[in-house]
Design a protein around this ligand. Structure first.
Ligand code: SF4
Length: 275
C-alpha cells in the first residue's frame, strides 16, 4: 500500500478556472484527459463562433467615440458587422478544416446574435441621450472593461471576465453566452460565483451584480452575495483536493448523455472507450 502511494506522482497545486472546475464536476476522467494528460480538444463550429463573437464584442468598444454623431445608430450597426466579417474571414481556415457544409447558416446565426446585442446596446445609448448626453459621451460611459484576467493566488483560481461595467457606482460583471437556452444553470451559477470571488479578492468588495448576456435572448443577472463567494470557495477547494494526483485511476468516468449525443461527442470519447 505504502509503495503504491509512493508511486503516485503528486502535484502541489494547480491553478483552476471556471472551465476546469466545471469539467471536473461534469466528468473527472474528462478533466484528466484535458488538464493532466493534456490531450488536444477538437475544434468545433460552436467554439469558433463563440470565439469570433467574443472578439467582436471586445473590439467593438475600440471605436473612437469622437466619430459618433446623433445619427450614430447606423454607423454602429455597420461597424459591428464589418468587424464580424473581418473576423469570420480570418477564421476561414479553421472553419474549412471542420468542413461544415452550412457555413452560411452559421455566419447568419452569428450576425443575428450580434444584431440582437447591438439593438440592446443602442437602447442603452438612447436612454442616456434622452437625459441630455451626447451619443459620444453615452458610448464612453457604457464602454466596459473587457476580457480582464482576474487571479486569486490564495484560492489558486483564475478567470477572464468578458465585461465589467460601472454605471452610477454600480458594478456589473457580465459573461456573454451563445447558448440556445437562457437558463442560469448550475454550471453558469458556479462560474458567476467564481467571478464574484475573484472581484472581491482584487477589489476588497463584492460587485453589485453578476450576470449572463444570452446573445439569442437577452440579459439575466443576479445580485452578488457573500454566500456565492463561499459556494465558489467550497467548489474550488474541493476540486483542488481531488486533483492532487496524476494517477488516471483516481479520475473516474462519469458516463452519461455528455459522452455522446445526436450531433456530437465528448472530445475524448475515442480515447475513453479504449481505456
Ligand atoms: S466519454 Fe464520457 S466518461 Fe469518457 S471522458 Fe468523456 S464524458 Fe467522461
Amino acid at each position: 500500500m505504502a509503495e503504491k502511494e509512493e508511486s503516485r506522482s503528486v502535484i502541489a497545486s494547480r491553478v483552476q478556472s471556471p472551465s476546469s472546475i466545471n469539467t471536473y464536476r461534469q466528468c473527472p476522467r474528462k478533466y484528466y484527459y484535458n488538464y493532466i494528460a493534456g490531450l488536444p480538444t477538437k475544434k468545433s463550429i460552436a467554439l469558433i463562433k463563440g470565439s469570433i463573437i467574443h472578439e467582436v464584442l471586445e473590439d467593438f468598444f475600440d471605436i473612437n467615440p469622437a466619430h459618433l454623431g446623433d445619427d450614430c445608430k447606423d454607423y454602429l450597426r455597420k461597424e459591428i458587422m464589418r468587424l464580424f466579417m473581418a473576423k469570420w474571414k480570418q477564421s476561414q481556415g479553421d472553419i474549412d478544416s471542420i468542413c461544415t457544409p452550412d457555413k452560411a447558416v452559421h455566419a447568419s446565426d452569428c450576425m443575428l446574435m450580434l444584431s440582437n446585442w447591438t439593438e440592446w446596446f443602442l437602447k442603452r445609448i438612447d436612454a442616456k441621450v434622452r437625459t441630455g448626453k451626447t451619443a459620444a459621451d453615452a458610448f464612453r460611459q457604457l464602454t466596459p472593461v473587457r476580457e480582464q484576467e482576474y487571479i486569486s493566488p490564495e484560492d489558486s483560481v483564475r478567470g477572464f471576465i468578458d465585461a465589467i461595467e460601472e454605471e452610477d457606482g454600480r458594478i456589473r460583471l457580465i459573461d456573454y453566452k451563445t447558448s440556445s437556452r437562457d437558463e442560469i444553470t448550475e454550471e453558469y451559477l458556479l462560474q458567476l460565483s467564481i467571478y464574484a470571488l475573484l472581484y472581491r479578492v482584487r477589489h476588497g468588495k463584492l460587485p453589485d451584480v453578476v450576470g449572463l448576456h444570452f446573445l439569442r435572448h437577452g440579459e439575466k443577472e443576479i445580485e452578488a452575495t457573500e454566500s456565492m463567494v463561499e459556494y465558489a470557495r467550497r467548489e474550488i477547494h474541493g476540486v483542488h483536493k481531488k486533483t492532487l494526483t496524476t494517477d488516471k485511476k483516481d479520475y473516474v468516468k462519469k458516463i452519461g448523455p455528455l459522452c455522446k449525443w445526436s450531433s456530437g461527442q465528448c472530445d475524448f470519447y475515442d480515447t475513453c472507450v479504449k481505456d
